[in-house]
Design a protein around this ligand. Structure first.
Ligand code: FAD
Length: 433
């Protein structure tokens, strides 16, 4: 009889709660990963850096497992079908994993668990992706928080050193097997990209000055740990321990991550709908040609275009610039935030449903703790404040001078008024449903 450990958004051996528990189950453990066809089939680009990132992270795990006399079994298909196959091949006693809170993941896990339980196989899942999950940080009346500041206060009040304790890895309990390489990218329909996997590291040089530098895109003074947190190549507990020692502003960002995760968990409707439903009546213009210009970075606004080009070329975009381009799309162009959200989902290396959705709704003004709708970023003022030497603009948009002023797709003052009118109209028409 064996136990299975199922890797998902926790692609590391160290400090992995579910894996640690599996290795104490009393049964030999086979580690597995499933390339989920339901997810991969939705990806349009076979040169997807995120799939490559996962693949390289798994290769690293497999090399580490070799030292322990075992290897990572990789599969490609629908998780339920894969578990049916595994269950018919092995005498499985139990399956271990770490909890995932996105609606599709919750559905997937419920199906797998029901199937396994029906075969008398235990399914155990653990908290690993977050410090606090689901209902661990709520108002005193047990309702979920929908505003960040009181949430973060309660988060900090609830926190104790126990929340960041290390876990043991009893590696003698891995099922011993001959070494095998993992499934190739080609076999799952993808190609190698220019992405170079590096072990995520916490750099005090960046984090110590995060509060002062983080808003200036040219300084590139944020950690780039988004993708590592997304796929769990670093543990959130490692990050929080570091944040507590080094920089509270950075800790607050990690708490924003959990804030949006619990919003998605408690209000799964946000995947499709505005958190504040009265914003559903905004008369979006949704002009496809204008959307295309935004996507390509040819709006004539240098900072917007620089941001979109950075995204298109690298899969990354600085947070300040994400806020500017999101405001531009929703307010200046009056294009539905869901279009921008979907484009970011395709392109961002650190794409995460809860953070992306929460931040897009924030920018559009319809989110739980959103910027007020009448706050329309002026891209030129933002540039003066945060990129005054145009270092960031020049890096990603070197021909910016050609496009400036004469080729702007829309005038700022005009667009601002149009946005305010449209929002007022939409909110005024709200009939209280
Ligand atoms: P750092 O600045 O070093 O911060 C550390 C970590 O804290 C981040 O990696 C992230 O996990 C978390 N974090 C920081 N800011 C936020 C925030 N505002 N909301 C939630 N978590 C945060 N972040 C994503 O992780 N995935 C997304 O898909 C995503 N989409 C966004 C869309 C828009 C329109 C905007 C305005 C922001 C979005 N963000 C998203 C938030 C933020 O821009 C990124 O987390 C940040 O730029 C990543 O850079 P970094 O890894 O250097 O993070």
């Amino acid at each position: 009889e064996i136990s299975i450990f199922w890797f998902r958004r926790d692609l590391r051996l160290e400090y992995n709660t579910g894996l640690s528990e599996a290795l104490q189950s009393g049964y030999q453990v086979i580690p597995i990963f499933i390339f989920d066809a339901d997810i991969l089939d939705q990806l349009e680009d076979k040169y997807d850096r995120r799939v490559d990132y996962i693949h390289q992270a798994l290769e690293k795990i497999n090399a580490e497992l070799k030292e322990f006399g075992t290897n990572l079994q990789t599969y490609h298909g629908k998780p339920l079908d894969i578990f049916k196959k595994i269950e018919s091949e092995y005498k499985v006693k139990s399956v271990y994993c770490n909890r995932d809170y996105e609606p599709a993941a919750v559905k997937r896990d419920t199906e797998v668990k029901e199937f396994l339980n029906g075969k008398n196989v235990d399914f155990f899942d653990y908290k690993d992706q977050v410090i606090f999950e689901k209902n661990e940080v709520t108002k005193d009346n047990h309702e979920p928080y929908t505003v960040y500041t009181p949430y973060s206060k309660k988060w900090k009040k609830t926190f104790s050193p126990e929340n960041i304790q290390t876990v043991v890895l009893n590696h003698k309990n891995f099922h011993q097997s001959d070494f095998n390489s993992i499934i190739s990218l080609k076999e799952i329909g993808f190609e190698k990209t220019d992405l170079k996997f590096e072990l995520p590291t916490l750099e005090s040089a960046i984090i110590d000055h995060y509060d002062k530098n983080r808003d200036f895109p040219a300084l590139d003074a944020t950690t780039h740990l988004g993708i590592a947190l997304r796929f769990g190549t670093i543990s959130i507990r490692t990050c929080v321990r570091f944040a507590l020692k080094h920089n509270e502003t950075w800790l607050n960002e990690l708490i924003w991550r959990e804030f949006f995760m619990q919003i998605l968990f408690h209000f799964p409707k946000v995947v499709k709908k505005c958190f504040k439903e009265k914003y559903e009546n905004i008369p979006w213009r949704n002009n496809e040609e204008e959307f295309e210009k935004w996507c390509k970075g040819t709006t004539g606004y240098p900072i917007v275009d620089a941001g979109m080009r950075q995204l298109n070329q690298t899969g990354q975009m600085h947070n300040r610039v994400r806020m500017i381009v999101a405001s531009f799309l929703t307010k200046h162009l009056l294009i539905d935030w869901r279009w921008g959200e979907a484009y970011f989902a395709k392109k961002l290396l650190d794409y995460d449903l809860s953070a992306n959705n929460g931040n897009w709704q924030w920018a559009a003004g319809c989110g739980c703790d959103a910027a007020p709708y009448f706050r329309v970023f002026n891209p030129d003022e933002q540039t003066k404040k945060f990129d005054k030497d145009l270092k960031y603009v020049k890096k990603w948009n070197p021909d910016y001078e050609k496009s400036i002023f004469e080729e702007r797709m829309v005038d700022h003052a005009f667009a601002r008024n149009r946005a305010l009118e449209a929002y007022k109209k939409g909110l005024g028409e709200y009939n209280g449903r």
